[in-house]
Design a binder for this molecule. Structure first.
Ligand code: HCA
Length: 522
Protein backbone atom coordinates (compact mmCIF):
# COMPACT_ATOMS: atom_id res chain seq x y z
CA UNK A 1 0.00 0.00 0.00
CA UNK A 2 0.98 3.63 -0.36
CA UNK A 3 1.33 3.97 3.42
CA UNK A 4 3.84 1.12 3.47
CA UNK A 5 5.77 2.84 0.69
CA UNK A 6 5.84 6.05 2.67
CA UNK A 7 7.26 4.18 5.66
CA UNK A 8 9.85 2.55 3.46
CA UNK A 9 10.95 5.93 2.08
CA UNK A 10 11.35 7.37 5.57
CA UNK A 11 13.08 4.34 7.12
CA UNK A 12 16.54 5.29 6.01
CA UNK A 13 16.50 8.83 7.45
CA UNK A 14 17.72 9.99 10.88
CA UNK A 15 14.61 10.65 13.08
CA UNK A 16 14.62 14.44 12.67
CA UNK A 17 14.90 14.26 8.89
CA UNK A 18 12.24 11.54 8.76
CA UNK A 19 9.88 13.76 10.76
CA UNK A 20 10.40 16.67 8.40
CA UNK A 21 10.05 14.64 5.23
CA UNK A 22 6.96 12.86 6.55
CA UNK A 23 4.99 16.11 6.30
CA UNK A 24 5.87 16.43 2.59
CA UNK A 25 4.88 12.86 1.68
CA UNK A 26 1.17 12.35 1.47
CA UNK A 27 -0.95 9.29 0.85
CA UNK A 28 -3.92 10.67 -1.03
CA UNK A 29 -7.20 9.97 0.68
CA UNK A 30 -10.65 11.32 0.06
CA UNK A 31 -11.63 13.49 3.01
CA UNK A 32 -15.15 14.72 3.37
CA UNK A 33 -15.44 18.37 2.31
CA UNK A 34 -11.71 19.00 2.40
CA UNK A 35 -8.38 18.10 0.86
CA UNK A 36 -5.54 16.58 2.87
CA UNK A 37 -2.85 19.08 3.83
CA UNK A 38 0.71 18.81 2.58
CA UNK A 39 3.88 20.64 3.58
CA UNK A 40 5.30 22.63 0.66
CA UNK A 41 7.55 25.61 -0.10
CA UNK A 42 9.80 24.97 2.88
CA UNK A 43 13.57 24.68 2.84
CA UNK A 44 15.20 21.54 1.54
CA UNK A 45 17.01 19.68 4.32
CA UNK A 46 20.77 20.23 4.02
CA UNK A 47 22.56 17.15 2.71
CA UNK A 48 19.58 15.98 0.68
CA UNK A 49 20.05 15.97 -3.10
CA UNK A 50 17.00 17.98 -4.12
CA UNK A 51 15.44 18.20 -7.56
CA UNK A 52 14.92 21.93 -7.07
CA UNK A 53 16.58 24.75 -8.93
CA UNK A 54 17.81 28.01 -7.44
CA UNK A 55 16.18 31.43 -7.36
CA UNK A 56 18.49 32.74 -10.08
CA UNK A 57 17.53 29.80 -12.36
CA UNK A 58 13.85 30.65 -11.88
CA UNK A 59 14.37 34.35 -12.63
CA UNK A 60 16.92 34.36 -15.43
CA UNK A 61 16.37 30.92 -16.95
CA UNK A 62 12.65 30.37 -16.61
CA UNK A 63 10.94 33.78 -16.71
CA UNK A 64 13.29 36.09 -18.59
CA UNK A 65 15.02 33.37 -20.65
CA UNK A 66 12.29 33.22 -23.33
CA UNK A 67 12.30 36.99 -24.01
CA UNK A 68 14.08 37.70 -27.27
CA UNK A 69 14.79 41.42 -27.57
CA UNK A 70 15.95 42.25 -24.05
CA UNK A 71 19.67 41.79 -23.43
CA UNK A 72 19.87 39.66 -20.27
CA UNK A 73 23.22 40.19 -18.54
CA UNK A 74 24.18 37.81 -15.77
CA UNK A 75 26.34 39.47 -13.15
CA UNK A 76 28.29 36.53 -11.83
CA UNK A 77 30.61 33.64 -12.52
CA UNK A 78 30.46 32.15 -15.99
CA UNK A 79 29.08 28.83 -14.73
CA UNK A 80 25.82 30.51 -13.65
CA UNK A 81 25.52 32.20 -17.06
CA UNK A 82 26.14 28.97 -18.91
CA UNK A 83 23.61 27.08 -16.78
CA UNK A 84 20.73 29.38 -17.70
CA UNK A 85 21.65 29.73 -21.37
CA UNK A 86 18.71 28.38 -23.40
CA UNK A 87 18.72 25.07 -21.53
CA UNK A 88 14.93 25.04 -21.39
CA UNK A 89 14.74 25.04 -25.20
CA UNK A 90 12.40 28.04 -25.33
CA UNK A 91 11.69 28.84 -28.95
CA UNK A 92 11.05 32.29 -30.36
CA UNK A 93 9.94 33.87 -33.61
CA UNK A 94 11.53 37.28 -34.13
CA UNK A 95 10.12 37.61 -37.66
CA UNK A 96 12.30 38.81 -40.55
CA UNK A 97 13.56 42.03 -38.90
CA UNK A 98 13.13 41.37 -35.21
CA UNK A 99 15.94 41.34 -32.71
CA UNK A 100 16.77 38.07 -30.99
CA UNK A 101 19.42 37.91 -28.27
CA UNK A 102 18.38 34.54 -26.88
CA UNK A 103 21.21 32.61 -28.54
CA UNK A 104 23.77 34.81 -26.70
CA UNK A 105 25.07 34.26 -23.15
CA UNK A 106 25.80 37.74 -21.75
CA UNK A 107 27.89 37.59 -18.59
CA UNK A 108 30.23 39.76 -16.53
CA UNK A 109 32.30 36.62 -16.02
CA UNK A 110 33.21 37.54 -12.43
CA UNK A 111 36.67 36.62 -11.27
CA UNK A 112 38.26 36.36 -7.80
CA UNK A 113 39.46 39.96 -8.02
CA UNK A 114 35.90 41.19 -8.67
CA UNK A 115 34.74 39.38 -5.55
CA UNK A 116 37.46 41.08 -3.53
CA UNK A 117 37.32 44.60 -5.00
CA UNK A 118 33.67 44.66 -6.15
CA UNK A 119 32.12 44.11 -9.55
CA UNK A 120 30.09 47.28 -10.16
CA UNK A 121 32.57 48.84 -12.61
CA UNK A 122 32.67 45.66 -14.60
CA UNK A 123 28.87 45.55 -14.69
CA UNK A 124 28.66 49.14 -15.96
CA UNK A 125 31.16 48.35 -18.67
CA UNK A 126 29.17 45.26 -19.67
CA UNK A 127 25.93 47.25 -19.95
CA UNK A 128 27.69 49.90 -22.04
CA UNK A 129 29.25 47.27 -24.31
CA UNK A 130 25.91 45.49 -24.84
CA UNK A 131 24.25 48.82 -25.64
CA UNK A 132 26.95 49.88 -28.10
CA UNK A 133 26.77 46.57 -29.91
CA UNK A 134 23.02 46.04 -30.08
CA UNK A 135 21.08 49.18 -29.08
CA UNK A 136 18.33 47.05 -27.47
CA UNK A 137 15.10 48.47 -26.05
CA UNK A 138 15.90 46.88 -22.73
CA UNK A 139 18.79 45.49 -20.71
CA UNK A 140 18.19 43.34 -17.63
CA UNK A 141 20.75 42.50 -14.97
CA UNK A 142 20.63 39.34 -12.87
CA UNK A 143 22.35 38.85 -9.52
CA UNK A 144 24.00 35.53 -8.70
CA UNK A 145 24.99 34.31 -5.20
CA UNK A 146 28.38 36.08 -4.95
CA UNK A 147 26.83 39.43 -5.95
CA UNK A 148 24.49 39.29 -2.97
CA UNK A 149 27.31 38.24 -0.67
CA UNK A 150 29.66 41.07 -1.62
CA UNK A 151 26.86 43.65 -1.89
CA UNK A 152 27.27 45.05 -5.41
CA UNK A 153 24.35 47.47 -5.88
CA UNK A 154 23.00 46.27 -9.22
CA UNK A 155 19.92 48.50 -8.95
CA UNK A 156 21.96 51.68 -8.53
CA UNK A 157 24.16 50.67 -11.46
CA UNK A 158 21.09 49.97 -13.60
CA UNK A 159 19.46 53.31 -12.70
CA UNK A 160 22.65 55.17 -13.51
CA UNK A 161 23.06 53.41 -16.85
CA UNK A 162 19.40 53.89 -17.79
CA UNK A 163 19.80 57.59 -17.27
CA UNK A 164 23.09 57.71 -19.12
CA UNK A 165 21.88 55.70 -22.14
CA UNK A 166 18.59 57.59 -22.40
CA UNK A 167 16.72 55.31 -24.82
CA UNK A 168 17.25 51.96 -23.13
CA UNK A 169 15.23 50.61 -20.20
CA UNK A 170 17.76 49.10 -17.78
CA UNK A 171 16.60 47.31 -14.65
CA UNK A 172 17.86 44.59 -12.36
CA UNK A 173 16.74 41.55 -10.37
CA UNK A 174 17.94 40.68 -6.87
CA UNK A 175 17.60 37.00 -7.65
CA UNK A 176 20.64 35.61 -5.86
CA UNK A 177 20.46 31.83 -6.04
CA UNK A 178 20.14 31.35 -2.30
CA UNK A 179 17.36 33.90 -1.89
CA UNK A 180 14.34 31.61 -1.71
CA UNK A 181 13.65 27.99 -0.95
CA UNK A 182 13.38 27.19 -4.67
CA UNK A 183 13.18 28.69 -8.15
CA UNK A 184 9.64 29.85 -7.32
CA UNK A 185 11.12 32.87 -5.54
CA UNK A 186 12.97 33.72 -8.76
CA UNK A 187 9.74 33.65 -10.76
CA UNK A 188 8.23 36.11 -8.32
CA UNK A 189 11.23 38.46 -8.38
CA UNK A 190 11.29 38.41 -12.20
CA UNK A 191 7.57 39.03 -12.59
CA UNK A 192 7.55 41.85 -10.03
CA UNK A 193 10.24 43.74 -11.90
CA UNK A 194 8.64 43.21 -15.31
CA UNK A 195 5.39 44.52 -13.88
CA UNK A 196 7.06 47.49 -12.23
CA UNK A 197 9.41 48.56 -15.05
CA UNK A 198 7.76 47.40 -18.25
CA UNK A 199 4.05 46.54 -18.23
CA UNK A 200 1.85 49.47 -19.28
CA UNK A 201 4.61 51.63 -20.73
CA UNK A 202 3.30 51.54 -24.32
CA UNK A 203 -0.26 52.14 -25.50
CA UNK A 204 -0.08 51.09 -29.15
CA UNK A 205 -1.12 47.45 -28.88
CA UNK A 206 -2.17 44.85 -31.43
CA UNK A 207 -5.74 45.32 -32.65
CA UNK A 208 -8.34 42.62 -32.23
CA UNK A 209 -11.89 41.98 -31.14
CA UNK A 210 -11.12 39.40 -28.44
CA UNK A 211 -7.86 40.31 -26.77
CA UNK A 212 -6.20 38.14 -24.13
CA UNK A 213 -2.89 37.77 -22.35
CA UNK A 214 -1.48 34.30 -21.83
CA UNK A 215 0.32 34.07 -18.50
CA UNK A 216 2.66 31.28 -17.41
CA UNK A 217 3.43 29.80 -20.86
CA UNK A 218 7.10 29.50 -21.80
CA UNK A 219 7.12 28.19 -25.40
CA UNK A 220 9.20 25.16 -24.58
CA UNK A 221 9.60 23.01 -27.67
CA UNK A 222 7.19 25.36 -29.47
CA UNK A 223 4.17 24.95 -27.12
CA UNK A 224 3.38 28.66 -27.40
CA UNK A 225 3.45 28.53 -31.20
CA UNK A 226 0.83 25.78 -31.19
CA UNK A 227 -1.38 27.65 -28.71
CA UNK A 228 -1.07 30.84 -30.76
CA UNK A 229 -1.97 28.91 -33.92
CA UNK A 230 -5.16 27.63 -32.32
CA UNK A 231 -6.07 31.01 -30.79
CA UNK A 232 -5.60 32.68 -34.15
CA UNK A 233 -7.84 30.14 -35.88
CA UNK A 234 -10.52 30.99 -33.32
CA UNK A 235 -10.14 34.72 -33.94
CA UNK A 236 -8.63 35.44 -30.51
CA UNK A 237 -5.76 37.95 -30.35
CA UNK A 238 -2.92 37.20 -27.94
CA UNK A 239 -1.49 40.56 -26.84
CA UNK A 240 1.28 39.23 -24.60
CA UNK A 241 2.56 35.87 -23.46
CA UNK A 242 4.43 35.93 -20.17
CA UNK A 243 6.95 34.97 -21.34
CA UNK A 244 7.14 32.40 -24.12
CA UNK A 245 7.96 33.88 -27.55
CA UNK A 246 7.75 37.29 -25.89
CA UNK A 247 9.14 40.65 -26.83
CA UNK A 248 9.65 43.95 -25.04
CA UNK A 249 6.61 45.52 -26.72
CA UNK A 250 4.33 42.65 -25.77
CA UNK A 251 5.04 43.16 -22.07
CA UNK A 252 4.73 46.92 -22.51
CA UNK A 253 1.22 46.61 -23.99
CA UNK A 254 -0.16 43.81 -21.78
CA UNK A 255 -2.51 46.28 -20.07
CA UNK A 256 -4.49 46.49 -23.33
CA UNK A 257 -5.86 42.93 -23.12
CA UNK A 258 -9.41 42.25 -21.95
CA UNK A 259 -8.75 38.92 -20.21
CA UNK A 260 -5.74 37.25 -18.63
CA UNK A 261 -5.54 33.48 -19.15
CA UNK A 262 -3.24 31.79 -16.65
CA UNK A 263 -1.51 28.51 -17.56
CA UNK A 264 1.23 27.82 -14.99
CA UNK A 265 -0.45 29.55 -12.07
CA UNK A 266 2.46 28.80 -9.75
CA UNK A 267 4.90 30.96 -11.62
CA UNK A 268 2.63 33.94 -12.17
CA UNK A 269 -0.83 34.05 -10.53
CA UNK A 270 0.16 37.22 -8.63
CA UNK A 271 0.73 39.06 -11.95
CA UNK A 272 -2.82 38.21 -13.00
CA UNK A 273 -4.02 39.75 -9.73
CA UNK A 274 -1.91 42.88 -10.26
CA UNK A 275 -3.19 43.30 -13.85
CA UNK A 276 -6.73 43.14 -12.50
CA UNK A 277 -6.16 45.58 -9.65
CA UNK A 278 -4.23 48.11 -11.68
CA UNK A 279 -5.96 47.89 -15.07
CA UNK A 280 -9.26 46.07 -14.48
CA UNK A 281 -8.44 42.93 -16.49
CA UNK A 282 -10.19 39.85 -15.05
CA UNK A 283 -8.36 36.51 -15.04
CA UNK A 284 -9.18 32.86 -15.44
CA UNK A 285 -7.23 29.63 -15.20
CA UNK A 286 -6.67 27.78 -18.48
CA UNK A 287 -4.74 24.66 -19.41
CA UNK A 288 -3.61 23.87 -22.93
CA UNK A 289 -1.90 20.60 -21.98
CA UNK A 290 -4.20 17.83 -23.21
CA UNK A 291 -6.64 17.98 -26.12
CA UNK A 292 -9.72 17.95 -23.89
CA UNK A 293 -8.19 20.57 -21.60
CA UNK A 294 -7.45 22.73 -24.65
CA UNK A 295 -11.03 22.48 -25.87
CA UNK A 296 -12.32 23.30 -22.41
CA UNK A 297 -10.06 26.34 -22.11
CA UNK A 298 -11.11 27.69 -25.51
CA UNK A 299 -14.77 27.31 -24.57
CA UNK A 300 -14.11 29.15 -21.33
CA UNK A 301 -12.55 32.07 -23.22
CA UNK A 302 -15.55 32.03 -25.58
CA UNK A 303 -17.96 32.08 -22.66
CA UNK A 304 -16.15 35.05 -21.11
CA UNK A 305 -16.49 37.18 -24.22
CA UNK A 306 -20.04 35.84 -24.59
CA UNK A 307 -20.24 36.47 -28.32
CA UNK A 308 -22.15 33.83 -30.30
CA UNK A 309 -20.03 34.27 -33.45
CA UNK A 310 -16.84 33.64 -31.45
CA UNK A 311 -18.34 30.64 -29.67
CA UNK A 312 -19.47 29.10 -32.99
CA UNK A 313 -16.04 29.61 -34.45
CA UNK A 314 -14.42 27.99 -31.40
CA UNK A 315 -16.72 24.96 -31.75
CA UNK A 316 -15.86 24.62 -35.43
CA UNK A 317 -12.12 24.80 -34.69
CA UNK A 318 -12.41 22.23 -31.89
CA UNK A 319 -14.36 19.82 -34.13
CA UNK A 320 -11.80 20.11 -36.90
CA UNK A 321 -8.72 19.90 -34.67
CA UNK A 322 -10.07 17.05 -32.57
CA UNK A 323 -10.50 14.61 -35.47
CA UNK A 324 -6.79 13.88 -36.08
CA UNK A 325 -6.14 13.90 -32.30
CA UNK A 326 -8.79 11.22 -31.76
CA UNK A 327 -7.32 9.18 -34.62
CA UNK A 328 -3.85 9.36 -33.03
CA UNK A 329 -5.34 8.39 -29.68
CA UNK A 330 -7.15 5.38 -31.14
CA UNK A 331 -3.97 4.18 -32.79
CA UNK A 332 -1.75 4.52 -29.74
CA UNK A 333 -4.04 3.70 -26.85
CA UNK A 334 -4.10 -0.10 -27.23
CA UNK A 335 -0.34 0.01 -26.57
CA UNK A 336 -0.38 2.50 -23.69
CA UNK A 337 -3.60 1.59 -21.86
CA UNK A 338 -3.02 0.58 -18.24
CA UNK A 339 0.62 1.68 -18.10
CA UNK A 340 1.84 3.78 -15.20
CA UNK A 341 3.59 7.14 -14.87
CA UNK A 342 5.29 9.21 -12.19
CA UNK A 343 5.54 12.97 -12.56
CA UNK A 344 7.81 15.22 -10.54
CA UNK A 345 7.99 18.59 -12.24
CA UNK A 346 7.35 22.23 -11.81
CA UNK A 347 4.52 23.88 -10.00
CA UNK A 348 1.77 23.05 -12.50
CA UNK A 349 3.09 20.56 -15.01
CA UNK A 350 2.92 17.56 -12.68
CA UNK A 351 -0.81 18.30 -12.58
CA UNK A 352 -1.41 19.36 -16.20
CA UNK A 353 0.35 16.37 -17.74
CA UNK A 354 -1.85 13.94 -15.85
CA UNK A 355 -4.59 14.91 -18.32
CA UNK A 356 -2.44 13.89 -21.29
CA UNK A 357 -1.53 10.60 -19.64
CA UNK A 358 -5.21 9.97 -18.90
CA UNK A 359 -5.96 10.48 -22.61
CA UNK A 360 -3.50 7.61 -23.23
CA UNK A 361 -5.26 5.44 -20.66
CA UNK A 362 -2.22 5.73 -18.37
CA UNK A 363 -2.39 6.11 -14.64
CA UNK A 364 -0.30 8.53 -12.57
CA UNK A 365 0.64 6.60 -9.44
CA UNK A 366 2.87 9.21 -7.81
CA UNK A 367 3.37 12.89 -8.46
CA UNK A 368 4.70 16.02 -6.85
CA UNK A 369 6.14 19.43 -7.46
CA UNK A 370 9.65 20.82 -7.20
CA UNK A 371 8.70 24.33 -6.23
CA UNK A 372 5.00 24.42 -5.48
CA UNK A 373 3.18 26.09 -2.64
CA UNK A 374 0.31 24.45 -0.82
CA UNK A 375 -2.35 26.00 -3.07
CA UNK A 376 -0.89 24.15 -6.08
CA UNK A 377 -1.59 20.90 -4.25
CA UNK A 378 -4.78 21.72 -2.41
CA UNK A 379 -6.41 24.51 -4.45
CA UNK A 380 -6.41 28.29 -4.38
CA UNK A 381 -8.86 28.46 -1.47
CA UNK A 382 -6.03 27.68 1.00
CA UNK A 383 -4.06 30.86 0.22
CA UNK A 384 -5.47 32.85 3.16
CA UNK A 385 -4.32 30.04 5.50
CA UNK A 386 -0.75 29.83 4.25
CA UNK A 387 1.84 30.41 6.94
CA UNK A 388 4.10 33.38 6.26
CA UNK A 389 7.63 32.46 7.29
CA UNK A 390 11.01 34.16 7.07
CA UNK A 391 11.56 32.76 3.59
CA UNK A 392 8.27 33.87 2.09
CA UNK A 393 8.56 37.27 3.79
CA UNK A 394 11.89 37.66 2.03
CA UNK A 395 10.12 37.83 -1.35
CA UNK A 396 8.58 41.19 -2.08
CA UNK A 397 4.84 41.57 -2.65
CA UNK A 398 4.16 44.68 -4.74
CA UNK A 399 1.33 46.90 -3.57
CA UNK A 400 -0.70 48.03 -6.57
CA UNK A 401 -3.78 50.18 -6.88
CA UNK A 402 -6.07 51.19 -9.74
CA UNK A 403 -4.23 53.26 -12.35
CA UNK A 404 -5.85 56.73 -12.44
CA UNK A 405 -5.81 56.78 -16.26
CA UNK A 406 -5.56 53.22 -17.54
CA UNK A 407 -7.90 51.40 -15.13
CA UNK A 408 -11.05 50.27 -16.92
CA UNK A 409 -13.33 47.46 -15.71
CA UNK A 410 -13.73 45.09 -18.68
CA UNK A 411 -17.13 43.92 -17.54
CA UNK A 412 -19.71 45.47 -15.24
CA UNK A 413 -20.15 44.01 -11.76
CA UNK A 414 -23.50 42.62 -12.93
CA UNK A 415 -21.94 40.89 -15.94
CA UNK A 416 -19.22 39.35 -13.77
CA UNK A 417 -21.80 38.16 -11.27
CA UNK A 418 -23.97 36.72 -14.04
CA UNK A 419 -21.04 34.68 -15.34
CA UNK A 420 -20.17 33.48 -11.87
CA UNK A 421 -23.74 32.45 -11.18
CA UNK A 422 -23.68 30.34 -14.32
CA UNK A 423 -20.73 28.41 -12.86
CA UNK A 424 -17.94 30.41 -14.50
CA UNK A 425 -14.88 30.60 -12.21
CA UNK A 426 -12.72 33.73 -12.12
CA UNK A 427 -9.43 33.85 -10.17
CA UNK A 428 -9.45 30.22 -9.27
CA UNK A 429 -7.55 26.99 -9.82
CA UNK A 430 -7.87 23.49 -8.48
CA UNK A 431 -5.13 21.67 -6.68
CA UNK A 432 -3.49 18.49 -7.88
CA UNK A 433 -4.44 16.35 -4.88
CA UNK A 434 -8.23 16.23 -5.44
CA UNK A 435 -7.63 15.25 -9.08
CA UNK A 436 -5.47 12.25 -8.19
CA UNK A 437 -6.68 8.76 -7.39
CA UNK A 438 -7.24 7.73 -3.83
CA UNK A 439 -4.21 5.81 -2.59
CA UNK A 440 -1.76 7.54 -4.93
CA UNK A 441 1.33 9.23 -3.51
CA UNK A 442 1.84 12.99 -3.55
CA UNK A 443 5.37 14.06 -2.62
CA UNK A 444 6.73 17.58 -2.41
CA UNK A 445 10.39 18.32 -3.19
CA UNK A 446 11.23 14.70 -4.03
CA UNK A 447 14.93 13.96 -3.75
CA UNK A 448 17.37 11.64 -5.43
CA UNK A 449 17.14 8.94 -2.78
CA UNK A 450 13.35 8.90 -2.75
CA UNK A 451 13.16 8.95 -6.56
CA UNK A 452 15.31 5.86 -6.87
CA UNK A 453 13.45 4.09 -4.08
CA UNK A 454 10.06 4.86 -5.68
CA UNK A 455 11.24 3.52 -9.01
CA UNK A 456 12.60 0.39 -7.36
CA UNK A 457 9.30 -0.26 -5.56
CA UNK A 458 6.80 0.64 -8.30
CA UNK A 459 8.81 0.15 -11.52
CA UNK A 460 6.64 2.68 -13.37
CA UNK A 461 6.47 2.51 -17.17
CA UNK A 462 7.70 6.10 -17.40
CA UNK A 463 9.19 8.70 -15.05
CA UNK A 464 8.90 12.41 -15.87
CA UNK A 465 11.14 15.05 -14.26
CA UNK A 466 14.11 17.27 -15.18
CA UNK A 467 17.71 17.16 -16.37
CA UNK A 468 19.16 16.30 -12.96
CA UNK A 469 17.08 13.12 -12.78
CA UNK A 470 17.32 12.19 -16.44
CA UNK A 471 20.26 9.82 -16.49
CA UNK A 472 20.04 8.35 -13.00
CA UNK A 473 16.50 7.18 -13.75
CA UNK A 474 17.43 5.79 -17.15
CA UNK A 475 20.24 3.85 -15.53
CA UNK A 476 17.58 2.10 -13.47
CA UNK A 477 16.08 0.80 -16.73
CA UNK A 478 13.07 3.12 -16.76
CA UNK A 479 12.32 5.49 -19.66
CA UNK A 480 12.62 9.07 -18.53
CA UNK A 481 10.91 12.05 -20.16
CA UNK A 482 12.00 15.55 -19.29
CA UNK A 483 8.98 17.75 -18.80
CA UNK A 484 10.95 20.96 -18.24
CA UNK A 485 12.86 21.03 -21.55
CA UNK A 486 10.98 18.17 -23.30
CA UNK A 487 14.36 16.59 -24.18
CA UNK A 488 14.46 17.13 -27.95
CA UNK A 489 10.70 16.99 -28.54
CA UNK A 490 7.59 19.09 -28.49
CA UNK A 491 5.34 20.88 -28.84
CA UNK A 492 3.04 18.97 -26.49
CA UNK A 493 0.47 21.73 -25.91
CA UNK A 494 -2.76 22.21 -27.84
CA UNK A 495 -4.14 19.73 -30.35
CA UNK A 496 -1.10 18.99 -32.49
CA UNK A 497 0.98 18.83 -29.33
CA UNK A 498 -1.31 16.22 -27.78
CA UNK A 499 -0.91 13.95 -30.81
CA UNK A 500 2.88 14.47 -30.66
CA UNK A 501 2.89 13.51 -27.01
CA UNK A 502 0.85 10.34 -27.59
CA UNK A 503 3.37 9.15 -30.20
CA UNK A 504 6.37 10.08 -28.07
CA UNK A 505 5.07 8.25 -25.00
CA UNK A 506 4.06 5.21 -27.08
CA UNK A 507 7.60 5.06 -28.46
CA UNK A 508 9.14 5.39 -25.01
CA UNK A 509 7.01 2.99 -22.98
CA UNK A 510 7.07 0.32 -25.66
CA UNK A 511 10.75 0.38 -26.51
CA UNK A 512 12.52 -2.87 -25.67
CA UNK A 513 15.85 -1.18 -25.05
CA UNK A 514 15.06 -0.68 -21.34
CA UNK A 515 14.77 -4.40 -20.73
CA UNK A 516 18.46 -4.78 -21.56
CA UNK A 517 19.47 -2.55 -18.63
CA UNK A 518 20.46 -4.03 -15.32
CA UNK A 519 19.30 -1.96 -12.37
CA UNK A 520 21.37 -2.06 -9.14
CA UNK A 521 18.77 -4.24 -7.41
CA UNK A 522 18.76 -6.86 -10.19
C1 HCA B 1 16.30 25.16 -13.07
C2 HCA B 1 15.29 25.25 -14.18
C3 HCA B 1 14.22 24.23 -14.00
C4 HCA B 1 14.69 22.83 -13.86
C5 HCA B 1 15.32 22.26 -15.04
C6 HCA B 1 15.43 20.76 -15.01
C7 HCA B 1 13.21 24.40 -15.12
O1 HCA B 1 15.91 25.28 -11.94
O2 HCA B 1 17.42 24.94 -13.36
O3 HCA B 1 15.55 20.15 -13.94
O4 HCA B 1 15.40 20.16 -16.09
O5 HCA B 1 12.07 24.56 -14.78
O6 HCA B 1 13.58 24.37 -16.26
O7 HCA B 1 13.53 24.51 -12.84
Amino acid sequence: TASAVKEELLKKYPPKVARKRAASILVNEALENSTPEIQANVRTIPGVITMRGCTYAGCKGVIMGPTRDIVNIVHGPIGCSFYAWLTRRNQTDPGPDGQNYMPYAFSTDMQDSDIIFGGEKKLKAAIQEAYDLFHPKGICVFATCPVGLIGDDIHAVSREMKEKLGDCNVFAFSCEGYKGVSQSAGHHIANNQVFRHLVGTEDRAKEGEYKINLLGEYNIGGDGFEIDRVLKRCGITNIATFSGNSSYDQFATAHKADLSCVMCHRSINYVADMLETKYGIPWIKVNFIGAEATAKSLRKIGQYFGDKALQDRIEAVIAEEMAPVKAAQAEVRPRTQGKTAMLFVGGSRAHHYQELFAELGMKTIAAGYEFAHRDDYEGRQVIPNLKVDADSRNIEEIEVSADPVAYKPRKSAGEMQGLEESGFAFKDYDGMIPDMDKGSLVIDDLNQYEAEKLVEIFKPDIFCAGIKEKYSIQKLGIPMKQLHSYDYGGPYAGFKGAANFYREIDRMVNSRVWSYMKAPWQ
